[in-house]
Design a protein around this ligand. Structure first.
Ligand code: NDP
Ligand code: 2IT
Length: 451
């Protein structure tokens, strides 16, 4: 008798919890996927007997390393760095690097696990990985950030490669940090190769990579609304975050005729009843990204807006919501409030921003709800296109890339419908994304045997 014969969802999750103590984010991500996959696998003995889900939920490897650097005052600082290589069944490991004090092994394992399904959904040949450090870039000088990035890459370089593992940006890592890391990789290896994505346009980067995650999340939202014969024209949107994903999601909502009411950061949210138009979005981009300012200063520049310290924006009535900051920023009670206030669609720009309670609330209310692994896949998709351009040693045109991004997002939407259509006009996008992503990776793993 196979060892898995008697393992049901609860038994499986007990094992995951036991093997991953003190890793709540990782356990949460596995649970959200396992809830759907156990149902899907019910009549698929091969997935059970080959322990496919168990194997995907056990990273291929987790590399942890020390990162020493010297601050401007001459103090020696020590941080921890990681790269989690979760699964490379369908392509080289691929996923961002996060610099934030909240980074732990659990957070990076959850992100690498999610990335495995997300990357499969894009249709491009990319496996799942994630890396980062508990380094806090806030309040650091540019020279300090450079020294940290160089030290981080001095260890990371031996684990990555254009056909092995291709990191990119994430929270706290944008074009500038990718530049510092690419420079150090090239210096150590003497190799100019597509080992990172999100590069500058002069040195192998792709057009629209910067915008792709936020734009893609809005394209996905449009696809969802279209199933109800609706679009974004005249709709109000509540957005959290004020970084790369949030500002570009806001920009695309505005371009498509919607009105953005909120943005936020770790200090609280701003509510602008007049709407956050392109000029205001540009102000936020400059203020947050280039000046590293706080969102609360928005109300000095635009006095009709209000700032709500220590709060998230989910209590502001809206038609659509886009959580674009971080994990577990939208809890069960927030989800209930959104639904009660008439929110019709939620498209996640962040990774796992909604906790399990919130996911169940949205599913129960049968609103249009897209999990990040489907709706925020535009960023990694254009990263995949950057890899293709690097291999070809060519740069594609903006219009071509814009069209490819739109096509990839609607392809993901179709995959979600294929496996998530529950009848009666309700699509369970979480289920659809989980099954479509899982099936592709699982079938590749079956082909390789027990490795
Ligand atoms: P940025 O660093 O550009 O911006 C992060 C934003 O989120 C900032 O406004 C930041 O506020 C806020 N934030 C971060 N941590 C917290 C926290 N603990 N509580 C409240 N607010 C917080 O990151 P990105 O925009 O790139 O990433 C945002 C989300 O999107 C993440 O979940 C990321 O994994 C996901 N994502 C990013 C992709 C990309 O291409 N960049 C692709 C797919 C997903 P503050 O300034 O105060 O720190
Ligand atoms: O979460 C994500 O998909 C990202 N941070 C982007 C990863 C990438 O490799 O572009």
């Amino acid at each position: 008798m196979a060892v898995t014969d008697h393992v049901d969802l609860n038994g499986f999750m007990e094992g995951v919890k036991k093997r991953n103590p003190h890793q709540p984010e990782f356990v949460q991500a596995v649970q959200e996927v396992a809830e759907d996959i156990f149902e899907f696998m019910e009549d698929k003995e091969e997935y059970h007997s080959q322990q496919i889900l168990r194997r995907i939920a056990e990273p291929d490897r987790v590399v942890s390393f020390r990162v020493c650097w010297e601050d401007d005052a001459g103090n020696i600082r020590v941080q921890r760095g990681w790269r989690v290589q979760n699964n490379n069944a369908i392509g080289p490991y691929k996923g961002g690097i996060r610099f934030h004090p909240s980074v732990t092994e659990s957070v990076l394992k959850f992100l690498a696990f999610e990335q495995t399904f997300k990357n499969a959904l894009t249709g491009l040949p990319m496996g799942g990985g994630k890396g980062g450090s508990n380094f806090n870039p806030k309040g650091k000088s540019v020279r300090e950030i450079m020294r940290f990035c160089q030290s981080f890459m001095t260890e990371l370089y031996r684990h990555i490669g254009a056909d092995i593992d291709v990191p990119a940006g994430d929270i706290g890592v944008g074009g500038r940090e990718i530049g510092f890391m690419f420079g150090q990789y090239k210096r150590i290896t003497n190799n100019f190769t597509g080992v990172l994505t999100g590069k500058g346009l002069e040195w192998g980067g792709s057009l629209i990579r910067t915008e792709a995650t936020g734009y893609g999340a809005v394209y996905f939202l449009e696809n969802m609304l279209a199933t109800k014969g609706e679009n974004l024209e005249g709709k109000t949107a509540v957005i959290s975050g004020s970084g790369n994903v949030a500002t570009h999601a806001a920009e695309k909502i505005v371009q498509l005729g919607g009105k953005v009411l909120t943005l936020s950061d770790s200090g609280g949210f701003i509510h602008d009843p007049d709407g956050i138009d392109q000029e205001k979005i540009d102000w936020v981009k400059t203020h947050k990204t280039h000046r590293r300012g706080r969102i609360e200063e928005y109300v000095e520049a635009f006095p009709k807006a209000t700032f709500h310290a220590g709060k998230t924006p989910w209590g502001v009535p809206c038609d659509v919501a886009l959580p674009c900051a971080t994990q577990n920023e939208l809890l069960g009670e927030d989800a209930k409030m959104l639904v009660a206030n008439g929110c019709r669609a939620v498209s996640e720009g962040a990774n796992m921003p909604t906790d399990l309670d919130g996911v169940h609330t949205f599913k129960h209310a049968r609103i249009l709800y897209a999990p990040g692994k489907a709706s925020n896949a535009g960023g990694v998709a254009v990263s995949g296109l950057e890899m293709s351009q690097n291999s070809e040693r060519r740069s594609w045109k903006e219009e071509e890339l814009q069209q490819m991004l739109k096509d990839i997002m609607s392809g993901i939407h179709n995959s979600c419908i294929r496996y998530g259509d529950q009848g009666g006009g309700y699509i369970d996008y979480v289920k659809g994304a989980n099954i479509a992503g899982f099936k592709k990776v699982a079938d590749a793993m079956l082909a390789f045997g027990v490795v």
